[in-house]
Design a protein around this ligand. Sequence first.
Ligand code: GLN
Ligand code: ZN
Length: 761
Amino acid sequence: MNVLSHILGFPRIGKNRELKKSLEKYWNNKISKTELLNTGFNIRKFNFKQQKNNLDLLSVGDFAWYDHVLNTSLMLGNIPLRYSKISNLIDINTMFNISRGTIHENKKIYPSDMTKWFNTNYHYIVPEFYSNQSFNFSWKELLEEIDEAIRLGYKNLKPIILGPLTYLWLGKIIGKKFDRLMLIKKILPIYIEILTEISNRKISWIQIDEPILSLELPNNWLYEFRNTYKILNNHFKKNINILLTTYFGGISHNIELIKLLPISGIHLDFIHGNDNISFINDILPKEWILSCGIINGRNIWKTNLKLWYEKLLKIKKNRENLWISTSCSLLHSPIDLNTENNLPKRVKELFSFAIQKCYELLLLKEALQYNDLNKLIKWNRYTQNFSQNTKNNQIFQKKIVINDEKKINSNRISYTIRSVLQKQKLKLPLFPITTIGSFPQTKDIRKIRSNYKLGLIDYSSYEKNIKKHIKDIVNIQEKLDLDILVHGEPERNDMVEYFGENLNGFIITENGWVQSYGSRCVKPPIIFSDINRNKPITVKWIKYAQSLTTKIVKGMLTGPMTIFLWSFPREDITPIEITKQISLVLKEEILDLEKANIKIIQIDEPALREGLPLKKSEWKKYLQWAVTSFKLVTSNVQDTTQIHTHMCYSEFKDIINDIIALDADVISIETSRSSMDLIKLFKYVNYPNGIGLGVYDIHSPNIPSIKLIKNFLKQASQNIPMKNIWVNPDCGLKTRNWEETVKSLYNMVYATKILRNELKD
Ligand code: GLN
Ligand code: ZN
């Protein structure tokens, strides 16, 4: 019996975020294209080496300058019309133009949409499809990277390519509606061309990613899988073996289809699916390679290798070939634990980043081959104890939570009554104007935070400096005449990390970066033990801001689902348990804000929607969890305290009832890109509470005109009750500069005031 190890992809940002740094320099004309290309080459070289040290098959083609879905678009020659019109050339700049937008002859050419990659916090560039489209094999970087690896002397290469059906699924139609599945006929010949080139390079395995197989797909899509892979198989026979990879969820529901596909092997995610491993093993053809994804590619804990050893041993008995792998690409994992210099040894002993995960595969492979468990046991020697030591606390937490939950539903009086009370207390004008929380994060602000973190300045000087910024931000808002002010979040590097840094139970890494999109990386905090709070976290700043003005200052918290989803959670405590702990802490924080006389509090939940399970049949349970978590946070709040929530997206259609169930007094949403459809939805369901309409698209440097804002509000007020409408930007302003911000907010206020006046007459 043969055991082989491989991974589904290695992170491409570079050990010290070299890609991010080079990209940003290149975009600012600080380095040449050659220098940028060189950074990419060095990252790939490093990645090959890490794989070679530990694994049997080496992934190639997992590198991307911006995003791997965009790679695929370029490879297939799928360039949005507005870009192909301005140039026939397809190169690295085409990629950056599509993802970031460009200016051509003084006209702004819009970037393609970006959206979440399945249920992760990675974003991909949405392919655009239109009828009469044609494709051709245009961008050949995949082949170049294979040749590069060959030149570097690497063997056993396994190229990775995004599957044609997943590619089509992820795209959207531009213009006249049609069934994008039809395009498979046009795309397949290009795939054949690419695979032919690959097989000419004497490569025996290719990894084709079709993660949509873990979704509940419509029948015509499922049927097309059979067709597509039959065609590919007929073409290549045994020249090249296809390993079909699925991840992020189980595939048992599609097993009857999958088992008939003419492929040579399949990869399954045994971490995120509920698939029964022996059931799958029995049902899938014996001659197939079964690639078992058993190292979590989306978290940082060491794998319990002994446990998997025992499970895999059973499979090993009746299968000639067993492959072991990570659950998904390591794209979602930080790179090297050894760059963490500040973590105590006993803590580091529990973690495993991308490089360590490759090593875990080596350990497991050796154990399976030589039936020697010693190294595995040594690898996990601290893991077991760590889990047991936290049991007592969990019981303690459970007690508190049960008491609280009983109160959740009976606590707040109905919105109809509390809105009257709030109106009397807050005395707001028609169309109250506010912002979502953060203001531009200048170099100066970043410097204060980093100087404090590095110990270059002491706390009192840090506090003084942050307060100075809060004061400036409050002053500007007063001048602009916004109605509800914010403190601007200058103390926060990131909306989740900040809470992680200030709560007990989290560990913040120095270098645990993960790509979020393009050059943007995030550093998710690690949920390490039970979560609680020694003292208030946000009150000092908000209270200070409030002391500077007679206007109301809104308190600003990150919600429980967002903190959970954007962290690396414990795997041995249930997600529900963890979010309960977070909710309880946030509840205490709200009560402290109330005590400090803060009248409006916003709880941001931008991650709520992305956390939706991939299978629709699991949505209900998830949404119930999300709603309960939110309501637990707000369960003891006074009726006159106005609770806001913020979600930065616009797809509410299938979750609108749960949004209603949150029962926030005001919800602010993204509307400037998708506008009227969304407003009509809120009209249709008769959404009773306040709605903050995002009239300023903060993802773009454009300044919305007064006319545009006014017309939009006017139209909106024909659809939703005027008294419910709030005016705000789409999201926080931290990525914008001051000039754009002030101009846009000025227009926002101006437009609202004109409308208020017109309505008076
Ligand atoms: N309050 C946060 C901010 O303004 C919200 C960010 C978000 O929704 N992603 O930055
Ligand atoms: Zn937002």
